[in-house]
Design a protein around this ligand. Structure first.
Ligand code: SAM
Ligand code: SF4
Length: 336
């Protein structure tokens, strides 16, 4: 085998020996919020429906991923995946074909109160809800929408529907940092698992700067002034969140240091954008168009080969924060 050719294997591996097991599929780039670190105020351009992968196309790609490429975990994301009306049908179809596959959803929580029970019944395993603050005014300022009560209703409904553990994701931001202890207390009181994530230069407006982003160390310093934090390590070797036990437990808090302590060396993810392009790395614009293969009648082997080829070329990791430039796609256009 030469360094230039992808191996004939039934798994997804790259030149550096990393194996992708965790598939994230973006179902849309439309969204009901306009988080400043992700979307422009006017939202991303509306994609004509025929550009998006259909329910059947998503199901087919999941089949290939699981049956031919050894994917063991699926996450549905976006944009906002709850914008897709076929979400329950899609999950039901995937569940019928893959009984034991963990299927998770990353959502902003809007509309989840109405749909959580149906999603659970369709076969969804669990949800991550993104919520950066429990302060209504700050929530409205960060997301450009005054919808915090709807997000909270969504979290409550997800827990009631058994979509557990419900994890709350918060991007660490200057404007919400002093509210981090309130958010952690709120999550601990409800038995929810909270993770803070360092903002990455994946905002659509290109405003992220190396000097301005809040680091994991900043978050821990603020939390440490209110709680006793004891390190308990990662959930497993590939898990991005480092965790701390809070005030002797049982609650924990996680911090994902995507920028200051990059974990690219342990990356086990592969992503598909809403229009069906495999993107092995968030920060690299190298992609392969699976939708074109699907729509030109390509068989499963052709899909798997293309997927393996682009994975083989995956970059070793992102550049250090001080020289990293914004990739062509923003987070909402990739699927976080
Ligand atoms: N709309 C859904 C949501 O917000 O959960 C799913 C898509 S969103 C792109 C997925 C995750 O990416 C969210 O937790 C969000 O906070 C995170 N995210 C978006 N932009 C980010 C950025 N520039 N840096 C770090 N995380 C970001
Ligand atoms: Fe929408 Fe999620 Fe991006 Fe916020 S982070 S704008 S909710 S896609």
């Amino acid at each position: 085998m030469t360094a230039a050719s992808a191996p004939e294997r039934t798994v997804l591996v790259d030149r550096f020996g990393r194996r992708a097991r965790d598939l994230r599929i973006s179902l849309t780039q439309a969204c009901t919020l306009r988080c400043r670190y992700c979307m422009p105020a006017e939202g991303l351009p509306i994609m004509p429906r025929e550009e998006l992968l259909s329910t059947a196309e998503v199901v087919r790609l999941v089949d290939v991923a699981v049956d031919a490429l050894g994917i063991t975990e699926l996450r549905l994301t976006g944009g906002e995946p709850l914008v897709r009306r076929d979400l329950e049908a899609l999950i039901g179809e995937i569940r019928a074909r893959h009984r034991d596959l963990p299927i998770a959803l990353t959502t902003n929580g809007l509309g989840l109160a109405r749909r959580a029970a149906g999603l659970a019944a369709a076969g969804l395993t669990r949800v991550n809800v993104s919520m950066d603050t429990v302060d209504e005014d700050r929530f409205a300022a960060v997301t450009r929408r005054d919808r915090l009560p709807d997000v909270i209703a969504g979290i409550d409904a997800a827990a009631a529907a058994g979509l557990v553990p419900v994890k709350v994701n918060a991007v660490a931001l200057r404007e919400t940092l002093d509210g981090a202890p309130d958010l952690l207390r709120w999550c601990l009181d409800r038995g929810l698992s909270l993770r803070f994530i360092e903002a990455m230069p994946l905002d659509a407006e290109g405003t992220w700067t190396e000097d301005a982003y809040v680091t994991a160390a900043d978050v821990l310093a603020v939390l440490g002034a209110h709680f006793e934090l004891e390190p308990v390590g990662r959930e497993d070797a590939g898990a991005p969140a480092e965790r701390w036990r809070v005030d002797g437990g049982p609650g924990t808090v996680g911090v994902i240091a995507s920028m200051s302590r990059s974990f690219c060396g342990a990356c086990d993810r592969t992503r598909i954008t809403a229009e069906g392009r495999v993107r092995p790395c968030l920060f690299s614009d190298d992609e392969i168009d699976l939708r074109a293969i699907l729509r030109s009648g390509g068989d499963d082997a052709a899909l798997a080969d293309a997927w393996r080829a682009v994975t083989w070329r995956k970059s070793p990791g992102h550049l250090p924060a001080e020289i990293l430039s914004h990739p062509r796609r923003s987070m909402g256009a990739i699927g976080g």
